[in-house]
Write a protein that binds this ligand. Structure first.
Ligand code: GLV
Ligand code: MN
Ligand code: MN
Length: 415
């Protein structure tokens, strides 16, 4: 590729800031849960921008949006990039949105330079990556890659019982294309690191080698509701006290599988949640992560044993369910190499890195050679309204993305 092509850093930044206005929070973050009206507004803006950039836009039946820029040989499968624009309830401006806006910026830049790629390029918005409103995470890229059945995807429900299928129809993004039928030549995803390594080592580009494994559990602990005054301590079957011991067990399992294990209880519902009623039922979630599948499995077994032990000791009935397993992933050599080379050509020392967060790229790697580009974020903080990143780092990552994509698009056309 000609060495003088560079993305427009200001345009990328301004698009990110414009998108961040949809669902903006007082603390400077974004709350834009999947398939809400705000998600629809953000989707509409993305589609408008893609059409203005001359792309053809299609939507599949999981609501994934694809914007296509033709290449020289349109019989070739596209080189695809993208991420998600749904956010956590107290999310930031960059998680996911950066990958989508970087993809759009790649297309705008190719337009600026009138550059014709060998294979076509596409930018995608994946539905419900966060898994915050609808569990599990990355569900629509999972359906795309055949990890889940489409009916399973569409039937995922939020806490009010509304399903993804109903909500997609309501916001006008239940597309007609069959999810997963679109060919993909290669997939790249640009993302903020969401951890502290690049910033601490003063590196601009993370060359992502793969993603650690994730296991999600749902636990329902049932005891017995009773009056907080007359019920003697030794007669109680307090679901929240048992849960508290289980939460500590989750943390202990994380701590005893260091340096790589992560263990989190992120969601907890206490019932009936009344100050003078002994809690009768608690629902909570567990998120375990580890790059080694065997250790991750062992962590799950340890938790199950601890949950059983605590339940027995406290005379509680507990339902323990694993609801999601995303195995550790290693990305394709040719895509990792394309990111490393692009970063070198641009004068950055790319640092190999394993992703701690899950990404749609995890599932895409099942159906196409896949790679990711990481850029630093401030203090390594993400899933927080204060999430921040530097304009020049975001631009650097986007330039790397552009080059890696053009490299793969031209290599595909060269046979
Ligand atoms: C997605 O944000 C995840 O890693 O849970
Ligand atoms: Mn993300
Ligand atoms: Mn996220």
């Amino acid at each position: 590729m000609t060495t003088n092509i560079r993305i427009n850093a200001d345009r990328l930044w301004e698009s990110l800031m414009e998108l961040a206005k949809i669902g903006a929070t007082e603390k400077g973050g974004v709350c834009r849960l999947a398939l809400t009206d705000l998600d629809r507004d953000a989707r509409d803006l993305f589609v408008k921008w893609c059409k203005e950039a001359g792309c053809t836009v299609s939507v599949d039946n999981m609501g994934n949006i694809f914007a296509r820029r033709p290449g020289r040989d349109n019989s070739l499968p596209p080189i695809m990039t993208g991420s998600h624009i749904d956010t956590q309830p107290t999310g930031g401006k960059f998680d996911g949105c950066y990958g989508v806006m970087a993809g759009l910026e790649v297309i705008r830049t190719l337009n600026d330079y009138n550059y014709e790629t060998g294979a076509p390029v596409e930018v995608v918005v994946w539905t419900n990556e966060e898994g915050s409103r609808f569990a599990p995470a990355m569900v629509a890229s999972g359906v795309f890659a055949g990890a889940f059945d489409v009916n399973y995807g569409l039937s995922r429900a939020d806490v009010d019982g509304k399903t993804m299928g109903e909500e997609l129809k309501r916001i006008g993004y239940a597309g007609t294309e069959e999810c997963g039928k679109r060919p993909v030549g290669a997939f790249f995803e640009a993302h903020i690191e969401q951890g502290p390594i690049l910033e601490a080592e003063n590196k601009t580009i993370g060359v992502v080698q793969g993603v650690q494994g994730i296991r999600w559990y749902e636990v329902t602990v049932t005891g017995m509701e009773a009056h907080a005054g007359p019920t003697p301590m030794e007669r109680r079957r307090d679901a929240l006290v048992g849960t508290s011991e289980m939460v500590l067990a989750v943390n202990r399992i994380g701590m005893s599988n260091l340096p790589y294990a992560c263990a989190t209880v992120g969601m907890l519902q206490n019932m009936p949640n009344s100050r003078n009623v002994i809690p009768g039922r608690v629902f909570f979630t567990v998120d375990f992560r580890h790059p080694d599948a065997k250790i991750l499995e062992k962590m799950g077994a340890e938790l199950k044993a601890e949950v059983e032990r605590i339940s027995k000791q406290r005379r509680l009935d507990t339902e323990f369910k694993e609801i999601w397993y995303s195995p550790p992933v290693k990305f394709a050599d040719e895509c990792v190499a394309a990111v490393a080379q692009a970063s070198k050509d641009l004068g950055y020392e790319g640092r190999p890195i394993i992703s701690g967060a899950g990404h749609d790229a995890v599932y895409l790697s099942r159906v196409a050679p896949t790679g990711m580009v990481f850029v630093p974020c401030k203090d390594g903080i993400s899933h927080n309204e204060i999430e921040d990143a530097k304009k020049e780092d975001l631009a650097a990552g986007c330039d790397v993305l552009l080059r890696a994509m053009v490299d793969r698009a031209n290599a595909a056309a060269a046979g």
